[in-house]
Design a protein around this ligand. Structure first.
Ligand SMILES: [Zn+2]
Length: 212
C-alpha cells in the first residue's frame, strides 16, 4: 500500500530475507544484466561463505511483540483461535529465553519496515502455508511480519502449528531444519502434527539468545 512517505535512507542497507521457499524479488528486467548482477552478488557473498558465517539475527531486547490484523480471516477461524495460537507459540518458545507478546489488534499492512510486527491473512501465497519476512540490520531484527495463507489454513490445529513455526522464523531461526521431528522442518511439522519446538530447535534458539 503506497503511503506517500519516502523510505528512510537506511532502509536500503537492511538485509531482507524471506522465510519459506518464495523466490526473491528481482527488479532486473534486462537479460544481459543478469550475469553481471549475478557476478556482483557472488563477489559480495564470497567473504561470507569463506568465513563460514551463519545467517541469523535476534531481537535485541529479547521480546517479539506481534500484533494481529484480522482482515481476511477465514470464517472457520475465530479471533480466539488466533489468540490461542499466539499464546501457544509464546509458551513453546519461552524456554529459548525470548518473550513472544501479543501486541493487540491492528490494521497495519504487511511488509512495512515500521517496527510494528503484524500477523495477518493473505488471499493466496503460492505453494506456502505462510510466509515470514524478517528484516534485519547486522544481527539485529527490526521487523518480522507473518503472512498466513487464507486459502490453505482452515482449522485451528493447522493454524496453531503454522503460527508456532512462523514465530520460530520471526525469532531468528531463518533456516529450515532437516530433522523430521523438528517444528522448523519445512513440511513435516504439518504432516506429523508437530506444534512444539524439538530439543534441537530450542537449543539452537537458546544459543542465539544466551547473553545476559
Ligand atoms: Zn518455514
Amino acid at each position: 500500500m503506497p503511503t506517500g512517505k519516502k523510505a528512510p535512507f537506511w532502509r536500503f542497507f537492511v538485509v531482507r530475507r524471506k522465510g519459506g521457499t518464495a523466490r526473491p524479488d528481482c527488479s532486473v528486467k534486462l537479460p544481459f544484466m543478469k550475469p553481471i548482477v549475478f557476478l556482483l552478488a557472488l563477489t559480495a557473498l564470497l567473504p561470507v561463505v569463506a568465513s563460514g558465517a551463519e545467517e541469523f539475527a535476534v531481537w535485541q531486547n529479547k521480546r517479539y511483540v506481534l500484533a494481529y490484523n484480522p482482515e481476511g480471516q477465514p470464517e472457520s477461524i475465530s479471533d480466539t483461535d488466533v489468540i490461542d495460537a499466539l499464546a501457544h507459540a509464546a509458551q513453546v518458545w519461552a524456554p529459548c529465553g525470548v518473550a513472544v507478546v501479543f501486541g493487540g489488534f491492528s490494521h497495519k499492512p504487511f511488509d512495512q519496515l515500521d517496527g510494528v510486527n503484524v500477523m495477518g491473512w493473505q488471499k493466496e501465497i503460492p505453494g506456502l502455508l505462510a510466509l515470514t519476512l524478517p528484516q534485519y540490520l547486522r544481527r539485529i531484527l527490526l521487523d518480522a511480519d507473518i503472512r498466513l495463507n487464507r486459502a490453505l489454513i482452515h482449522d485451528p490445529a493447522t493454524l496453531r502449528r503454522v503460527v508456532a513455526h512462523e514465530v520460530g522464523h520471526a525469532l531468528g531461526l531463518f533456516d529450515h531444519s532437516t530433522d523430521l521431528d523438528s517444528l522448523m522442518n519445512e513440511k513435516e511439522f504439518v504432516r506429523r502434527g508437530v506444534d512444539t519446538p524439538s530439543a534441537a530447535d530450542l537449543a539452537l534458539c537458546r544459543a542465539r539468545y544466551n547473553w545476559k
